[in-house]
Design a binder for this molecule. Structure first.
Ligand code: FE2
Ligand code: FE2
Length: 254
């Protein structure tokens, strides 16, 4: 699939790059925000996707814009494993939760480029893309204890990382929310931390003007009704420590 343009207005574009996941690697979405001469790549992925994503981005930007920002929502390998390659072949800064900035270097980050890793403190921040500011909003414990999402006020897209992730379906846009639940529920029950985090996020998300919710895995949610259904579902779902019981016991032998 060629890159999918999910929003375009004036000099502002939001693109979903093809799913480059192959073989054993979990499917992952790479999102790109281009504004004027600047661009931000969200959750760039691991080594399996690096070469292809790199060349696709070059052909999208075609010398008219530069990759200035890399956003890493949290520390997982499907996000950070190829960080060194991205830093070595671009001049971009890498924004990463401060909790993880000294851990991701274990993926192998050259000393020459390490000063472009920029820790984001817990409260989040705004990032300038050639005059357009996007917000890195706190989404801690969803699932990682240091975790951010990106809100783009121009396209009104909220990029939710692992929140909203779905696995196993064959479509890009959720049309039937109830039918989609079977692809999302198991992941959220086990990977998310607790309903308190889900409710806190929902309270913040309801203050934002959102047209689309785009996770890092699987299908996307489009339109205000679908966005509302997703937020309402998140708010009421028991996950993690609320859902799993008897976790802390010795394993059964044999
Ligand atoms: Fe993750
Ligand atoms: Fe992920």
């Amino acid at each position: 699939m060629p890159p999918m343009e999910i929003f375009s207005s004036g000099g502002h574009r939001n693109l979903l790059l093809e799913d480059f996941g192959h073989g054993l690697a979990v499917q992952a979405n790479q999102h790109l925000i281009v504004h004027g001469k600047a661009a931000m790549l969200l959750d760039p992925g691991g080594h399996k996707v690096y070469a292809k994503a790199r060349s696709e981005i070059d052909s999208i930007l075609r010398g008219t814009a530069t990759l200035t920002e890399l956003f890493l929502s949290h520390q997982d390998p499907d996000i950070c494993a190829a960080l060194n390659g991205w830093l070595m072949t671009t001049d971009a800064r890498a924004r990463i939760p401060s909790l993880w900035s000294r851990f991701v270097t274990h993926f192998g980050v050259d000393r020459l480029v390490a000063d472009r890793i920029e820790p984001v403190e817990d409260a989040g921040t705004w990032v300038d893309l050639d005059g357009c500011e996007v917000a890195l909003i706190p989404a801690h414990f969803l699932h990682s204890c240091g975790n951010f999402q990106v809100y783009d006020p121009v396209s009104k897209i909220l990029y939710t990382g692992d929140l909203g992730a779905s696995l196993g379906m064959d479509y890009w846009w959720v049309e039937d929310f109830d039918a989609h639940l079977k692809y999302m529920e198991g992941f959220h029950r086990r990977y998310m931390t607790a309903n308190a985090a889900m409710q806190g996020w929902a309270t913040l998300a309801r203050t934002l003007d959102i047209e689309m919710i785009c996770p890092q895995h699987g299908a996307m949610f489009r339109g205000r009704d679908m966005v509302k259904r997703f937020i309402d579902w998140v708010a009421q779902l028991d996950v993690g420590l609320d859902y799993l019981t008897n976790l802390y016991q010795m394993p059964v032998k044999g």
